[in-house]
Design a protein around this ligand. Sequence first.
Ligand code: NAD
Length: 495
Amino acid sequence: MKTIQHLIDGVTSPSTSGRTTGVFNPATGAQTGELALASVEEVDAAVESAQAAFETWGKTSIATRTKLMYKFRNLVLENVDELAALLTAEHGKVLSDSAGEIARGIENIEYACGIAEMLKGSYNESASTGVDVYTVRQPLGVVTGITPFNFPMMVPLWMIPNAVASGNTFVLKPSERDPSAPLFMAELFQQAGFPAGVLNVVQGDKVAVDRLLEHPDVKAASFVGSTPIAKYVQERATANGKRVQALGGAKNHMVVLPDADIDLAADAAVSAAYGSAGERCMAISVVAVVGAVADPLVDAIKVRMEKLTIGDGTNADSEMGPLITAEARDRVAGFIGSAVDQGADVVVDGRDHNFDNDGYFIGVSLIDNVTTTMDCYTNEIFGPVLSVVRCDSYQEGVDLIKNNPWGNGAAIFTQNGGAARQFQEDADAGMVGINVPVPVPVGYHSFGGWKDSLFGDTTMYGPEGIRFYTRAKVITSRWPDPAQSRVDLGFPTNH
Ligand code: NAD
């Protein structure tokens, strides 16, 4: 069994805290690693290293920062297979999903390679006679990222490239469930030639998070995880005077209008609800079907579900893997049970799918005739369960989204451009898909929801990410007319 450590000041640091936790392969239930859990002193050592590195990194030229970022990008690309294998072994998602997650992460490294363009600032000549005013953006110092289990590679890459390219140094606290892939990624970052201390990794739990949120040298915190912890992180970090962006949970709706292409909508619903076992903050959790299209859509989804292959993520034919823990699996099963008790129609019951192994597997579920008071509707299930809410009108579908406390993503399926355009205006969510079920923005836009899906100052990555990791400085300069110089500079007096 391997021991998983911190990376502090450029070296793998054996833990001194004496606290550890197990890391498991969700496909087998076997423990594969023992993870160090950082003490306050270990977090302090990581922040101290980052603070020392900032003194020079913050002043390093844009050209050097960009060159190193390109090298890092190439190293991640060259090691995709190894990273994906580490990721699947601890998360459980199928290998193609792991590779896809890494590809979405690389988009953010590529965006950060263009940092020169993003840090150009702005300039007004002659705001007054002889007076120019200009704005530059400067790094903050040490920043931290606290990340969830469900995207152990992509979410750290939403943060690190933009933060570091902007001149900050970074302390990453990955999820304790699947820490090996982000740790290996940090080793590749070292290999790319970034100076020691520019990126540190502390493994840990609440002890590490709390220390990062109170440490006076940490200037900003980026968080992605569940809504209660996002709220907590925002409150605690703000109270300690830090900038915060904290992304929380979700309950994403897909509205299907009567004119939608049923096959397209059913394919989309199945991949968006059951991909990565539903453990995606942009997973579709509710289909709001308008009118008579409901019956054929439910049938089309059911047919597709029966063809899904569920198994160990390392098997080439698996399309869906296990859940992250046995507790997560049992929680999902509980929601299906509650739906039966509360009068919904369970069209496909994932609990009936038998698996002859000790992994944390559950089958896919489809629940029809769900109402907004049922537990399966009011909670973020975070598993392979799709609820169908039948609506009489477009407005009813839009109101469901409006009245839901979360507002991460929302999608519409229709062939009517006018309806799609109206939805884009009406949808009470931060990211909207039109005939696209999982509208995760590309790296050069920014990612973030509304309402209980986002707390803090900005959304993440893209232009908002650069704004978050930099602060503006406005310079007002006055230079006298060179013709008035006491030394004759050769200027005509009336130039
Ligand atoms: P989580 O909130 O349990 O954990 C996230 C991070 O917070 C981890 O690093 C964990 O160690 C830390 N943490 C957990 N409990 C803590 C506590 N009491 N005090 C301080 N730190 C604590 O989330 P998770 O289970 O790892 O991830 C799944 C959740 O993340 C889902 O709710 C999902 O919707 C959400 N998520 C949201 C987005 C988004 O962009 N909005 C993206 C991915 C995941």
